[in-house]
Design a protein around this ligand. Sequence first.
Ligand code: ADP
Ligand code: MG
Length: 199
Amino acid sequence: MPNRSLEDHLFNRTPILPWKTRLEVMLGAAQGLAYLHEGLEVKVIYRDFKPSNVLLDESFKPKLSDFGLAREGPTGDRTHISTAVVRTYGYAAPEYVRTGHLTIQSDIWTFGVVLYEILTGRRAVERNRPTSEQKLLDWVKHFLLMHKSCLDKNEKERPTMSQVAESLKRAIQESSGRSSSVDKAPLTASSRNGAWRSK
Ligand SMILES: Nc1ncnc2c1ncn2[C@@H]1O[C@H](COP(=O)(O)OP(=O)(O)O)[C@@H](O)[C@H]1O
Ligand SMILES: [Mg+2]
């Protein structure tokens, strides 16, 4: 493909892709995945969605590549297929890593990880950074929650600055200590009770 992959444009180059192109690439990729999931006689789980597998043609139209890990999805009433856990580290859905149960929804998680990468211009897992910075997902979850609540249209719902500071402190503590605690105790963005709390 003339423009190589999304990976080459996201992480390795300046200037990086304009926002409009990024959105269009993600739209095209979403349409490709939707076709695999919903547009064929059998459901196909792609399993290896990541920027290096999104190839770009001369007009930056995306093409999904590398179908080596793709599997035929569950049929009838079944919700998952069981497989050995094969995946690219950092992109796999937690329930798939835990159980080996592969579902259409596993691909949705992976798409969400790439959305984070598109937003931040950083890889889901960066091994050459300090441990506290590696888990992009944990960081971004905290930041997106904060972003969402600071931008609440209802001004009474916005957190106080000390709550924002407290939440940042917690994000830093969590990512430098226990791993992935965000998944276990998701934060809610509500400030109604005066604190960011666990669900
Ligand atoms: N058909 C292709 N045309 C242009 N570049 C490609 C093509 N296939 C792969 N590449 C480039 O090679 C890189 C590595 O791809 P690949 O060998 O599939 O490894 P992986 O996807 O596991 O990182 C991609 O990021 C992309 O830049
Ligand atoms: Mg590839």
